[in-house]
Write a protein that binds this ligand. Structure first.
Ligand code: ZN
Length: 145
């Protein structure tokens, strides 16, 4: 039985392992922080939030100070999917943001049917593009025929 947890994470209750939903790679023990099994990219926040003011003229530029803030990106070691990103003070250990009682989870799911695919919602971005194209076609071509 595999339980979907986030867009890119699931727990295999039989093996008690975190798994990548994209490629099935095992990240590690589901009773521990899933981030232990991921690759970490410790990023300078100025790469993400570029200074808005001239750094030669101003000390504060609306860009995070890397002495106070780091951005940690976590990637699947097998397929390279970014699983999570978090802002932390330098040197702070990865946050333990998802922690399940695995035994309770097993009890909750023992009589349930496994969910293998997420429920499908409409692709709103695609619908917007289609609607825009239809309006455009109607405005520019509709009355000419
Ligand atoms: Zn993967």
């Amino acid at each position: 039985m595999k339980v979907l947890v986030t867009e890119y994470l699931r727990i295999n209750l039989d093996t008690e392992k975190w798994e990548c939903r994209r490629c099935g790679h095992e990240h590690g023990n589901a009773r521990e922080n899933y981030k232990h099994g991921l690759l970490v990219y410790d990023r300078d926040p100025r790469e993400i939030h570029k200074p808005l003011l001239d750094t030669q003229l101003y000390e504060r530029t609306y860009s995070p100070d890397p002495k106070w803030c780091r951005i940690l990106e976590y990637y699947c070691a097998s397929c390279g999917t970014m699983v999570e990103a978090e802002y932390l003070p330098p040197g702070h250990p990865p946050l333990h943001d998802i922690e399940f009682d695995i035994d309770a989870l097993k009890l909750q799911w023992k009589d349930r049917k496994e969910v293998t695919e997420p429920s499908i919602a409409p692709d709103l971005a695609l619908e917007k593009v289609k609607h825009g194209r239809a309006l455009h076609a109607e405005m520019h071509h509709g009355h000419q025929h």
